[in-house]
Design a protein. Sequence first.
Length: 287
Amino acid sequence: MFVRPFDFARASSLAEASELLGSLGPGARVIAGGQSLLPMINLGIADVTAVVDIGRIPGLGGIERRGDILRVGALVTHRGLELSAEVAAAAPLLAAAAGHIGNLRVRNRGTVGGSLAHNDPAAELPLVMTVLDAGYEVAAGERSRSLPAAEFATGMFDNALGDGEILAGVSIPVAGGGWGFREFAPRRGDFALAAAAAVVELDGDRLGRVRLGLTGLGSGPVRCRTWEETAAGVGIDEIPGLADLITADLGRVAAGPEGEAYRTHLARVVGAAAVADAVASARGSRP
């Protein structure tokens, strides 16, 4: 396959990147690590006429705890998340999920901003950000705005970024409780057929605040709101009886060669396992 030629520009600031995106037209795309965009260009999936490199813009690569908020810059790599002591302490679910992304080469090059903006329906980071109620920092020149994770992803491989806008970072509320992450893939590092992330707070032997999300089954991450509303306040021994509610908010599941019924069942299995891990974590008995 022959790749169509495209223009290339390197930005030294967010303002310059926004200007370049505007001047280069609707076919211009942002690149940092290239682990999402380059395969799409090589396969002819993305209609790209220009690429704007933001990989050297200062201030986009840090991880910082600001009180009850963990701020992660868009240029932080997946490997950086995986190895960060700050992330492990403030958002261990995020660190664990990062270790499931691709292989070591991909994690060393791929960036948080690239993964979130790309919004692959099987990607781990959009799922975790949705479950952690993260806020997305969107910049265009001197202007900026914040979007909740649930509003940033607008569909498969699509997002809410407007003309000239760039994802600059993510703000994650630091929460207590236990966490769990499970995914099922043909091989570790492959795209997941189903993945689940859970955060659980306990009130004695009962569930307090609970959060659960699934991905890999349709157009992107889905919060299991029906399960969350029903599970809050129930006894720990009652959790298995709520398993059927885990998939209540999925809608139509992408069947694939495995079939819709199988993947729906798989979603319930990984969802229940993630919840069980989160409960064990909250009780201090994670296996």
